[in-house]
Design a protein around this ligand. Sequence first.
Ligand code: PRP
Ligand code: URA
Length: 212
Amino acid sequence: MKKYSNVFVFDHPLIKHKIAILRDKNTGMKEFRELVEEITTMMTYESMRDVELVPVEVQTPLETTTQYKVPEESIAIVPILRAGLGMVNGVHKVFPTARVGHIGMYRDEETMQPQEYYCKLPDGIENKTVFLVDPMLATGGSICDALAALKKRGCRKIKVMSIIAAPEGVKTVAEAYPEIPVYISTLDRGLNEHCYILPGLGDAGDRLFGTK
Ligand code: PRP
Ligand code: URA
């Protein structure tokens, strides 16, 4: 696949270890949910290397010192429903006060086109760094539509985080939004005729929530 300067694939051995368990069809719902959360937390650390810090004065037991912190209220999380919900706690572990917006989308099973059914975003989101999260980036249709909704709302600083991606979807998102960084844990081989990622992990929403 062509290299895109806005796409970052994590190559961390612990993420690889956890993804191996996540893919296993014998991994049950509870462990699956915990793994999605843990992987997301690791991805959040890695994807925030460029976070802007503000100076703060801290009184230690010995003296006053200038230290650096992430500004309050500067982060928002937007999961794409349903499967993106599984990643929210993983970001919250790092940024517990982040506000959460929700974008509801499902893929039409005939056309594979995303259909938006819900959108509720927190006030002031346009001034925050927004983590758009969805564990699966398959054709890229859902992420592209969600990015369009966030842009329409005025968001300027957005980071996409997906755990597993197909080259087809990465190309679509990276070329449609070259200014937006896309962080993925692993790049898979491709899509099958039903637009499922191979080798993938199956239907992330169903595995997270025990449906089907
Ligand atoms: C899945 C997944 C993504 C989308 C990815 O959602 O969680 O949102 O498909 O596919 P795309 O890149 O081709 O758009 P799904 O439609 O299965 O809904 P769900 O999360 O409610 O299960
Ligand atoms: N959505 C999923 O949950 N899994 C895939 O493989 C593709 C889209």
